[in-house]
Ligand binder design. Structure first.
Ligand SMILES: Nc1nc2c(ncn2[C@@H]2O[C@H](COP(=O)(O)OP(=O)(O)OP(=O)(O)O)[C@@H](O)[C@H]2O)c(=O)[nH]1
Ligand SMILES: [Mg+2]
Length: 349
C-alpha cells in the first residue's frame, strides 16, 4: 500500500495519492484551465514527487511514436509498473477511445495505466506550458514511468529535453533526408534511438548511420551534463511485426540506470524545475505586469507614436523598460491582481 500522505492532506490530494483516476483527470483539467485552487493542491502534492521517470518520445510526424508507446505500455505493464501517457497532441491516436480502449476498460489496468492527451496550448507547436505541473501531479499519483509524446515538429522536439529524463528519438528506414535532419537537430537530445518500421527495406542502413552519429555525439557534452561514456543505443523496432520491443524497454531502463548511477537524474529534475519556473514566471509577468501595463497611458501613447512612425520601436522599448524598472512601477499599475481563469499566452522565450 502506498503512503497516501496521512490525514493532514486534503481529500483531493489523498485521492490523487491513492491513484483515483477521476480526481487525477479533474486535477489535470484544472491545471490546464489555470484554476487557482490547483496551486494549493500541487503545493500539497509536491513533497511526494520524485519517484516518476519521464520518458519523452520525439520524431518526425508519422514515424510511429504513438504506436511505439502503445506497444511499450504492454511491455511495461508486464513488470507491474504504473504507467502514465501524456500525448501533447490533440490529434493523437490516443484521443477518442484511443488505441488502448479495450485495455483501459480492463479492471486489472485501472490503476496501472493512465492516458491523457492534451493540447500544445500556449505556444505554437511547443509542449503545453502546464506540462511540468501535470508531470508533478502524475508523479505524486505514483506513476513510475510517464511517457510523453510530442508533436513531431519544431520546438517541442527540443523542448522535451527539459522535461524528460530520457528522450527516445523515433526514426524510420529510408529517411535519407530526415536522418540528415536528425543530425542537425534532435540527435543531440536523444538518449535512445529507434528505427521503427524496421520490417521495411533500408532499416539496417538507417540503423548503421544512426549508430555512427551517436558515437560521434557520445563524446560530447550536453546541457552541461557530462554524458561521456554513455553511448545511446540504436534499436530496430517494428510495432507492426512486434520486433524489438523488449530491447527498447531494456534500452530505456539501462539509460535510466546510467543516469541514476552517475547522479544525473538530479540534473534532469533540475532542468524540468527550471523550465517550469520560467513558465510560471512568464505567466506572472504576463498577468500581473504586462497586461495591466498595456492599459497605461504611457504604453498607449508610445505605441501610437511608433505606429505613426514618430518614434522607433527600439527607443519606445527602452522607455517602457525604464518605466518598468522604476522603483514604484508595480504599485502604479491598475490593480487587477487575481489571475484570469484561462491563462494568457506567455511570451516565447
Ligand atoms: N510498416 C509499419 N508501419 C508502422 C509501424 N509502426 C507504425 N506504423 C504506421 O505508421 C503510421 C503512423 O504511426 P503513428 O504511431 O500514428 O505515428 P506518430 O509518430 O505517433 O504520428 P504523429 O503523432 O501523427 O506524428 C500509422 O499508419 C502506423 O500504422 C511499423 O512498425 N511498420
Ligand atoms: Mg502520434
Amino acid at each position: 500500500m502506498r503512503d497516501e500522505g496521512g490525514p493532514t492532506l486534503s481529500a483531493k490530494a489523498r485521492a490523487i495519492r491513492a491513484g483515483d483516476v477521476r480526481t487525477i483527470s479533474r486535477g489535470i483539467s484544472g491545471i490546464e484551465n489555470g484554476d487557482e485552487e490547483m496551486r494549493d493542491l500541487l503545493r500539497e502534492l509536491y513533497p511526494f514527487t520524485g519517484g516518476a521517470r519521464v520518458i519523452g518520445f520525439t520524431g518526425a510526424p508519422g514515424a510511429g511514436k504513438s504506436s511505439v508507446i502503445h506497444e511499450l505500455i504492454r511491455e511495461y505493464l508486464r513488470f507491474g509498473l504504473r504507467i502514465a501517457v501524456l500525448a501533447v497532441d490533440p490529434t493523437s491516436e490516443f484521443t477518442g477511445g484511443g488505441v488502448l480502449g479495450d485495455r483501459i476498460r480492463m479492471p486489472v489496468f485501472h490503476d496501472h495505466l493512465y492516458i491523457r492527451s492534451f493540447g500544445a496550448r500556449g505556444r505554437l507547436g511547443g509542449l503545453s506550458d502546464s506540462c511540468g505541473q501535470v508531470l508533478s501531479l502524475l508523479d505524486a499519483a505514483g506513476f513510475e514511468r510517464i511517457f510523453v509524446e510530442t508533436v513531431g515538429a519544431g520546438q517541442s522536439e527540443i523542448e522535451i529535453r527539459y522535461y524528460a529524463d530520457t528522450v527516445v528519438v523515433v526514426a524510420n528506414p529510408n529517411q535519407g533526408d530526415d536522418i540528415q535532419m536528425l543530425k542537425a537537430g534532435i540527435l543531440e537530445i536523444g538518449d535512445v534511438f529507434i528505427v521503427n518500421k524496421c520490417e521495411l527495406p533500408g532499416a539496417d542502413a538507417a540503423a548503421a548511420e544512426l549508430t555512427k552519429m551517436t558515437h560521434l555525439f557520445a563524446k560530447g557534452e550536453r546541457d552541461g551534463d557530462q554524458i561521456a561514456g554513455y553511448i545511446p543505443p540504436v534499436i530496430k523496432v517494428s510495432t507492426r511485426e512486434k520486433i524489438g520491443l523488449p530491447e527498447l524497454l531494456n534500452g530505456i531502463e539501462e539509460c535510466l540506470h546510467y543516469l541514476e548511477d552517475n547522479d544525473l537524474l538530479r540534473a534532469s529534475r533540475r532542468r524540468r524545475v527550471e523550465q517550469d519556473l520560467s513558465h510560471t514566471l512568464s505567466r506572472v509577468w504576463q498577468n500581473k505586469v504586462l497586461a495591466p501595463f498595456k492599459a497605461t497611458p504611457l504604453w498607449q501613447s508610445l505605441s501610437e507614436d511608433v505606429s505613426a512612425a514618430r518614434l522607433d520601436p527600439w527607443t519606445a522599448g527602452e522607455r517602457l523598460w525604464e518605466a518598468i524598472t522604476a522603483a514604484d512601477f508595480i504599485t502604479t499599475l491598475p490593480q487587477k491582481t487575481t489571475l484570469p481563469k484561462k491563462r494568457s499566452k506567455p511570451r516565447k522565450e
